[in-house]
Design a protein around this ligand. Structure first.
Ligand code: 2HA
Ligand code: ZN
Length: 280
């Protein structure tokens, strides 16, 4: 077997390709990380290497500390790498990174050949893995960031407010509230790749599975690649439906959005508890 055939790498690559095909990843836009299970590590370990020459093998400061991520291994897209190229140049675009025993440094153990580094959002991803693992009792393994065009367009029109966003998204497509009954968090416009956006996102991800990054895109989590991708897709589609309905209505908000009562009925039928703060 080659490492390319492992389930975790196959699913990682498929997610990158799916996101590219959706039009979410212009140039080097977006990034994906996966926290490997012990079985994943066992399957991939024979391919790990700490020899100089294959890739940078030094420990590097993470810039933050995530104690519950100590000793974990992550598959990550590389800084400046293109999602479009992941399926054709896996070892150049993607790496496996180990977190040290203190949870404050990383080193590459596989991939990112030719001097590659983990995504510029790696500290943000690791901090959010830490928060989501805590919030889901270890179930969450995927953090995914994409430049979804409809979400970005909508963020240029409405206030960066979680209640406003959640209501619009829930009310534009019936099954949204089943997928994210807690709603979505919203991070106001911030410089990407820094400590501030990492902290702001982490604070919100204690409560939400997904956060809008105003005029930038979407940041989601999930237990599996399918669920993280599906959440991204559901939110992006709903934002697009709202925008098309506004356009079809001469630029005015749609007149027949799903009512609060209907949202409650859906929740009842599907046994989910909505975030009551966001319902009238
Ligand atoms: O990886 O999308 O937010 C490039 C980005 C940073
Ligand atoms: Zn981005």
């Amino acid at each position: 077997m080659a490492i390319e055939q492992s389930n975790c790498i196959r699913r990682f690559v498929r997610t990158c390709t799916d996101g590219w095909e959706q039009g979410w990843h212009e140039r080097n836009g977006g990034n994906l990380t996966y926290r490997m299970s012990p079985e994943d590590v066992q399957v991939c370990e024979p391919y790990f290497s700490l020899d100089a020459g294959d890739h940078d093998h030094q420990w590097h400061d993470l810039g933050v500390t995530a104690a519950n991520m100590a000793g974990q291994f992550f598959i990550t897209t590389g800084s400046g790498k293109f999602m479009r190229k992941v399926s054709v140049d896996l070892e150049g675009c993607v790496g496996i990174v180990e977190i040290n025993a203190k949870g404050d440094a990383w080193r590459i153990v596989w991939g990112l050949r030719g001097g590659g580094r983990p995504t510029s959002e790696f500290p943000t991803h690791v901090m959010n893995h830490s928060v989501r693992a805590e919030a889901t009792n270890g179930a969450n393994r995927v953090i995914y960031h994409a430049h979804c065009p409809n979400v970005i367009a909508l963020s240029t029109l409405i206030e960066p407010d979680a209640r406003t966003w959640s209501r619009i998204l829930w009310k534009s497509m019936t099954e949204c509230i089943i997928i994210y009954p807690e709603g979505v968090g919203v991070v106001p416009w911030m410089v990407p790749g820094g400590a501030d956006i990492a902290k702001a996102t982490c604070e919100l991800m204690k409560k939400y599975q997904a956060c809008v990054w105003t005029q930038h895109g979407l940041f989601v989590s999930g237990d599996t690649f399918d669920n993280a991708f599906g959440l991204m897709h559901t939110i992006e589609k709903s934002a697009g439906l709202y925008l098309s309905a506004c356009a079809a209505n001469g630029g005015n908000p749609p007149t027949k959005l799903i009512s609060d009562e209907q949202l409650r009925d859906v929740c009842k039928a599907f046994h989910v508890s909505p975030n009551e703060d966001f319902l009238d």
